[in-house]
Design a protein around this ligand. Structure first.
Ligand code: HEC
Length: 261
């Protein structure tokens, strides 16, 4: 008789676990279909270098990378000091300084209603990381109701204008009307996003623009963890050392026990 309460506890624990798992799956799906895989790969040096260039040309007038040093960027992206200072440093910062520009946050807040945030850690805290950034850059659409004239599907009502519109072109969001009954049996009509429609082509076709978005996402992925290359490099050495050490320990054990038998 005493085991009954225990098995009931186990049952309710299992039920709670199952519920938690199911609800986390449901949460992950909500809006998740908007985030597309970016294919960002920090080991792709050329993508990283292009991403850095796009970032400096199109983003750095508003966004800082306050944890990213020029000297480190040069070393990790295989660029010389000269290349970095000439091509990636519009603010004329020193080589040992971070990638910051002098747009005073107060000015920016006045112009955009919100100060553009530092993007050093965006790929770390946004769920989806590089995929989020990639999808965000692909999801701007015209919306006359917004002060900037732009809205974003991944980040609704974002106060950032679509700074890459000349490359991507101008797209509109097309919605489907979906009818569904609510709990009381009333018929409700809701708007569900269907697809984007290109209303004015940009300089690039869709594939080329995707690559630009991917390059920027790759660059921000790297900026989120500049130690990524060292981590990978140290990682396999540690594994190798452990494997070797395990072998030595096994030899030692054999040696010790050989006297016993
Ligand atoms: C004209 C100024 C401006 C430029 C240029 C600009 N942004 Fe922004 N950006 C903003 C503002 C303002 C926000 C804040 C949006 C909000 O919170 O409503 C923002 C937000 C973001 C965010 C979301 C950060 C977060 O997690 O909340 C990302 C990512 C971003 N920008 C990326 C970029 C990239 C990449 C570029 C270059 C291709 C760029 N931005 C160029 C003004 C700008």
């Amino acid at each position: 008789m005493t085991y009954l309460p225990i098995s009931q506890t186990v049952k309710s624990l299992l039920a709670a676990l199952a519920f938690a798992l199911l609800s986390s799956v449901a949460l992950a799906n909500e809006g998740g279909e908007l985030i597309a895989p970016s294919g960002a790969n920090v080991d792709d040096q050329q993508s990283l270098q292009r991403g850095a260039k796009y970032f400096v040309n199109y983003c750095m007038s508003c966004h800082n990378l306050k944890y990213m040093r020029y000297s480190r960027l040069a070393a990790d992206l295989d660029l010389s000091e000269q290349q970095v200072m000439d091509a990636l440093n519009p603010g004329g910062n020193k080589f040992g300084e971070t990638m910051t520009v002098a747009m005073a946050p107060a000015d920016a807040a006045l112009w955009f209603g919100k100060a553009p945030p530092d993007l050093s850690l965006t790929t770390r805290y946004r769920e989806g990381g590089a995929d989020w950034v990639y999808s965000y850059l692909k999801s701007f659409y015209v919306d006359p109701k917004r002060p900037s004239g732009w809205n974003n599907l991944v980040f609704p009502s974002a106060s950032m204008p679509h700074v890459l519109w000349e490359l991507q072109g101008t797209q509109a969001a097309v919605y489907d009307t979906v009818s569904a009954k609510n709990a009381e049996g009333e018929l409700l009509q809701t708007q569900k996003f269907s697809h984007f429609e290109l209303i004015k082509p940009g300089k690039l076709d869709a594939k080329a623009y995707d690559q630009v978005a991917r390059d920027i996402a790759t660059f921000l992925e790297y900026v989120g963890e500049p130690a990524v290359f060292q981590r990978k490099d140290v990682g396999w050495k540690v594994i190798l050392f452990l494997a070797f050490f395990t072998f030595i320990t096994w030899l030692l054990k054999k040696e010790y026990w050989s006297d016993v038998h």
